[in-house]
Design a protein around this ligand. Structure first.
Ligand code: PGA
Length: 251
C-alpha cells in the first residue's frame, strides 16, 4: 500500500515572515492527521524559517527547484547541498512553470533528478500536457516522453525514491480541474509505463500525485482513485485550513 502524500507548492509567494506564520498555522491545522505524508515547499529565502517552524512535527520541508552542480559560477542557482543545509527533505523538479518560463527540458530535469537522488533529497518530478496537446489527443504520448526523459538512466531503486506529480498544464491555477476519471486514466497509464520500463513491483511502489486546481471540495473525489496517491497543491496550500482539508481528504 502506498502512503498518500500531499505537498504544498507555495510558488513565488510569502516573505520569510509570512512563510513562518503560514507554516505555524499549517502545523496546527494538520496536527493529529495521520496516514498521510505532508510537505510544504516555500520559496528559497523562507526555507530556514519554515524549517524551524516544522521541526519536530511530521511535516516535511521541500524546495521548488535546484541546480545539478553543487557549487561554482552559476549565478542565481541553488544546489542540493545548500537545500540540505536549510533542512530540506524534498525538492520539486520540472514543474511546468519551470519548463514554460525558465527553459527547463526533460534533459535538464533528468540532470537535476540524478543529482537530487545522489544527494539524498526526495524528488517530486512534475509532468503534464498542455491544452493543445490534450485537444490533439497527444496526452499519453507527451507524458510518456516526459517520464522517459526525466527517468533516463535511473535504476529501479532510484525510481522507488521518487514521487511523480501529474499536473495537466491547463488545470494549473486556472480553476479547471481534470475530472477524477481524466486524472485516473493518466495516472494508470503512467503506472503502466513504469511497469514496462522497470517492473510491476516498482510501478506499484511509486507515488503519483495529482496537481492542478485541487481544492477542499474536489480533493476527495480525486484521491479516491486507485492510482492517485495525493496531490501537489498550489493556490489552496496558501491557506492553512484549505490545505489541511485537502490533507484530510487524502487519508
Ligand atoms: P494550483 O497549482 O493548485 O494552484 O493549480 C498546482 C501546482 O502548480 O503545483
Amino acid at each position: 500500500m502506498r502512503t498518500p502524500f500531499v505537498a504544498g507548492n507555495w510558488k513565488l509567494n510569502k516573505t520569510p515572515d509570512e512563510a513562518e506564520t503560514l507554516a505555524r498555522c499549517v502545523v496546527d491545522a494538520v496536527s493529529g492527521i495521520t496516514g498521510v505524508d505532508v510537505a510544504i515547499c516555500p520559496p528559497f529565502p523562507a526555507l530556514e524559517r519554515v524549517a524551524s517552524a516544522v521541526r519536530g512535527t511530521a511535516i516535511g520541508l521541500g524546495a521548488q527547484n535546484m541546480y545539478w552542480a553543487s557549487e561554482g559560477a552559476f549565478t542565481g542557482e541553488v544546489s542540493a547541498p545548500m537545500l540540505l543545509t536549510c533542512g530540506c527533505e524534498y525538492v520539486i523538479l520540472g514543474h511546468s512553470e519551470r519548463r514554460q518560463f525558465f527553459g527547463e527540458t526533460d534533459e535538464t530535469v533528468n540532470r537535476r533528478l540524478k543529482t537530487a537522488l545522489r544527494a539524498g533529497l526526495k524528488p517530486i518530478v512534475c509532468l503534464g500536457e498542455s491544452l493543445d496537446e490534450r485537444q490533439a489527443d497527444r496526452t499519453e504520448q507527451v507524458v510518456e516522453a516526459q517520464m522517459r526523459g526525466a527517468l533516463n538512466g535511473l535504476s529501479a531503486d532510484d525510481v522507488q525514491g521518487i514521487t511523480l506529480a501529474y499536473e495537466p498544464v491547463w488545470a494549473i491555477g486556472t480553476g479547471l480541474t481534470a475530472t477524477s476519471e481524466q486524472a485516473e486514466a493518466v495516472h494508470g497509464f503512467l503506472r503502466q509505463v513504469l511497469a514496462r520500463l522497470y517492473r510491476d513491483e516498482v510501478a506499484q511502489a511509486v507515488r503519483i500525485q495529482y496537481g492542478g486546481s485541487v481544492k477542499p471540495d474536489n480533493a476527495a473525489a480525486l484521491f479516491d482513485q486507485d492510482n492517485i496517491d495525493g496531490g501537489l497543491i498550489g493556490g489552496a496550500s496558501l491557506e492553512a485550513d484549505a490545505f489541511a482539508a485537502i490533507v484530510k481528504a487524502a487519508v
